[in-house]
Design a protein around this ligand. Structure first.
Ligand code: SAM
Length: 295
């Protein structure tokens, strides 16, 4: 059962007439060493974002097949990327980020895990000139698009994704959705203030203010992918919005299910609770994963 404060936030979002405005991120590219360190710490697999990474990992694994070339747009410190690469050893995962500081941390992190199926490239996610047309089997991005300055750049990014993705390719793009009320934004930003560095809480607040709306994702998905990709969000309160292709993986892969279960079992109780809330609100919004159904 979700907590009382989460339910209060939910009902506020459903009934409010407020329409908070999008405020561009103060740091579009994350290259401030202190902020990168705070984000990296909160973002590692035992940090406050652990349940979110696990949820997205299951979704991403559904759209990847063995042998794929997979691109991670705005890979940051590579916590998500390393998880995906470990669980898909027969795919090659290429992380793209504009921040040298992030890429430095990312290389260190995957180097420490001896992952051989990972590459990184410095680059702008709204200009994927390094990839020829229809050359990428699957592409994903987790909580990075809100860093783009405006809708026009978000549209360039969607246009680039549709250009580089092979016909029938896999896609999972997820980001925060813009909430209507400033109070709700503050609620989510401060939810774990005590368990995370202050800089991370501030960064989270800026991220939620910079989030694009669900309508933005719906319009661009329709324009660039038609009916093939679905836009799903957390139920009635689009705190998170995901664009997903039909699954391409073997959904009965018991080995993968077992590895995801092991990751789940290692989460502390309060993170299991977060994962169950996220799974519930996304399931009610129409997004679920076969790979999480046994947890
Ligand atoms: C909030 S972090 C998310 C990192 C990672 N995807 C995760 O889930 O932890 C956003 C990342 O996007 C990168 N970024 C922002 N704008 C970018 C751009 N135009 N091109 C490439 N990377 C960008 C930032 O440097 C940062 O590393």
């Amino acid at each position: 059962m979700p907590s009382l404060s989460l339910l209060q936030t939910f009902f506020r979002e459903v009934i409010t007439r407020e329409r908070s405005k999008r405020v561009t991120e103060p740091n579009l590219v994350m290259d401030d060493p202190d902020k990168v360190a705070a984000y990296t710490r909160a973002g590692r697999e035992d940090g406050v974002m652990a349940p979110v990474y696990l949820f997205h990992c299951a979704q991403i694994c559904e759209v990847i097949k063995p042998g794929d070339t997979v691109v991670d747009l705005g890979c940051g410190p590579a916590t998500q990327l390393a998880m995906v690469a470990r669980l898909n050893p027969d795919a090659t995962v290429i992380g793209i980020d504009l921040s040298d500081e992030m890429l430095h941390r990312a290389r260190d992190y995957v180097g420490g895990q001896s992952l051989r199926n990972v590459e990184f490239q410095a680059g702008d996610i709204s200009n994927l000139a390094m990839f020829p047309d229809a050359s990428v089997d699957a592409l994903y991005s987790t909580v990075a698009l809100h860093h783009l300055p405006d809708f026009a750049t978000l549209e360039k990014t969607f246009s680039e994704i549709s250009r580089v993705l092979k016909p029938g390719g896999g896609l999972y793009v997820v980001d925060f959705g813009h909430l209507k009320s400033e109070k709700s934004i503050a609620y989510f930003a401060h939810q774990y203030a005590r368990q995370q560095p202050e800089l991370f809480t501030l960064d989270y607040l800026y991220s939620l203010r910079a989030a694009f709306s669900r309508d933005d994702f719906v319009a661009l998905t329709k324009k660039y992918f038609g009916e093939r990709m679905a836009v799903k969000s957390t139920f009635l309160m689009p705190y998170m919005v995901a664009v997903k292709s039909p699954p391409r993986a073997d959904l009965n892969n018991t080995l993968l299910k077992g590895e995801l279960k092991n990751l789940y079992n290692r989460l502390p109780g309060y993170h299991k609770k977060d994962l169950s809330d996220l799974t519930l609100f996304f399931r009610l919004g129409g997004l679920q994963s076969q790979y999480l159904s046994h947890l």
